[in-house]
Design a protein around this ligand. Structure first.
Ligand code: SAH
Length: 359
C-alpha cells in the first residue's frame, strides 16, 4: 500500500502511518474491515481503537501499526455570534487555526491546509507569518474530526457540520496531493459522506494546482480569489499573479468539470478606495459576464498592522447593484467571528500573533 506522509512519532522512533490519511480503498486493501472502521471513527466519531469481537485478527494487527493521533486542540475561542476558532497543535509543534462558522444552528468548517502560507497576499494576515510546511492529509481530516468531537461534547444540540471550505490558512492547491486526499476521505460514503457540492476549495490562482485539478481532483466546488480586474492591482494584492497570470487562471478555473448548475465562485475583497468603485464593478461585470460565475464580495477584515481599510457598507451595496445590472449572482459575505480574529484572512498561528502583536 502506498503511504503518502508517514512520520516518526516522537519517542517511538519508528514510522507510523495515520488512519486519517487512508482512503477507504487503501484501508480495504490492507485489512478486511474498512467499512467497520470508517463507520467507527468517522460516523460514530470514536477516538479509541475499535476492540469489538467482530474485528478480525488481520485488522487488529494492521491497526496496531496505525496511529489514531490527530492535531490537539490547544485553545478554543468563542465569539458572541457562535463562531468557534480552534488553535491546533501539530505533532512537530507547528500550529494552525480552524474556524466553525455558524449558520442556522449548523456549521461550515473552514480548514487550514498549510502551516502559514507562501502566497504572501498583501491583505491577508496568514501571509504575514510566512510558510512553514504543508499539512498531511491526516492533519486536514483531523481538524474536522476534532471539531466534530468538540461540538458533540460542547454543543450537543447543534453539532452538525454541513459544509467544508478550504479557506483557512494556506494555499490548498500548493498542497495538492494532501488536499485532494482529504477531500476524497470527506466524500467517502462509508465515512463522513459529504456531498461534493458541500465542499469548496479556494485558491489564490496557483496555476500548477489548477492544471492538475482538471484530471485529478474529485468533483468539488472551486472558488477563485480574484480581488482585482487589472494586472497591476492584482499584482499588488496577490503577488503570485506576477508568475501565474490571472487570464490563464480564469480560463483554467472555468474549464474545470462540474455539474451543470455549478458555478465558479469569484471572491473579491472590498478594500476602501482601492478596488471598490463603480468603475471597478463594471470591469468585474464585463470580465465575468457569460461565464458561470458567482461573485462573493468579502468586506476586508482588518488585522494588526494592516495597511488597508474596509469599504463602507453603502459602497459595497452599490458595488453589488452595479453587478446586478450584469445579471451575475452576487452575495456579500457576512463577517463572522471578527472579534476573535476568526474572519476571512485573519488567521495567524504564529507565536507573536498569539501574544497579541503582529508577526
Ligand atoms: N489561499 C486561498 C484560501 C485562503 S483565504 C485563497 O487565496 O483563496 C480565503 C479567502 O479569504 C480568500 O478569498 C482570501 O483572499 C480572503 N481574505 C484573505 N485576507 C482577507 C482579509 N483580510 N479580509 C477579507 N478577506 C480576506
Amino acid at each position: 500500500m502506498q503511504v503518502r506522509s508517514p512520520r516518526t512519532v516522537a519517542g517511538r522512533g519508528f514510522i507510523l502511518q495515520s488512519f486519517y490519511q487512508l482512503s477507504f480503498d487503501e484501508l480495504q486493501a490492507a485489512c478486511d474491515s474498512a467499512s467497520y472502521l470508517f463507520n467507527w471513527h468517522y460516523k460514530k466519531n470514536q477516538r479509541e481503537e475499535c476492540r469489538h469481537n467482530n474485528i478480525s485478527k488481520k485488522t487488529k494487527l494492521f491497526m496496531s501499526g496505525v496511529s489514531l493521533d490527530v492535531p490537539t486542540i490547544e485553545r478554543v475561542e468563542l465569539s458572541a455570534d457562535k463562531t468557534v476558532k480552534f488553535l491546533f497543535k501539530l505533532h512537530d509543534g507547528g500550529r494552525v487555526e480552524t474556524v466553525l462558522i455558524p449558520f442556522r444552528g449548523k456549521y461550515t468548517i473552514c480548514l487550514s491546509s498549510q502551516v502559514g502560507c507562501a502566497m504572501n497576499c498583501a491583505f491577508c494576515f496568514t501571509g504575514k507569518q510566512g510558510f512553514k510546511r504543508h499539512l498531511g492529509a491526516e492533519e486536514i481530516v483531523g481538524q474536522l474530526v476534532e471539531a466534530k468531537r468538540w461540538l458533540s461534547e460542547n454543543r450537543p444540540d447543534d453539532h452538525r457540520i454541513l459544509n467544508i471550505v478550504y479557506m483557512g490558512q494556506g494555499e490548498p492547491l500548493h498542497n495538492f496531493d494532501n488536499v485532494k486526499r482529504s477531500a476524497e476521505i470527506f466524500l467517502s460514503r462509508h465515512g463522513l459522506s459529504f456531498a461534493d457540492y458541500k465542499i469548496t476549495i479556494s485558491t489564490a490562482g496557483y496555476l500548477p494546482g489548477l492544471e492538475r485539478w482538471q484530471k485529478e481532483m474529485p468533483t468539488v466546488n472551486i472558488a477563485l480569489s480574484l480581488h482585482a480586474t487589472d494586472r497591476e492591482r492584482r499584482n499588488e494584492l496577490v503577488p503570485i499573479n506576477k508568475k501565474f497570470d490571472f487570464e490563464k487562471v480564469i480560463e483554467l478555473a472555468d474549464a474545470i468539470p462540474r455539474g451543470d448548475r455549478r458555478f465558479v465562485t469569484y471572491e473579491y475583497v472590498m478594500i476602501d478606495g482601492f478596488n471598490d468603485s463603480d468603475h471597478d464593478a463594471r470591469a468585474l461585470g464585463r470580465m465575468l459576464k457569460g461565464r458561470k460565475a458567482f461573485i462573493n464580495l468579502i468586506p476586508f477584515n482588518p488585522f494588526p498592522g494592516a495597511v488597508y481599510r474596509r469599504s463602507p457598507d453603502g459602497r459595497i451595496a452599490q458595488f453589488k447593484n452595479v453587478l446586478d445590472g450584469f445579471h451575475i449572482p452576487t452575495t456579500i459575505r457576512t463577517t463572522k467571528g471578527d472579534e476573535i480574529l476568526a474572519a476571512c484572512g485573519q488567521l495567524n498561528s504564529s507565536p507573536l500573533a498569539r501574544e497579541g502583536s503582529a508577526p
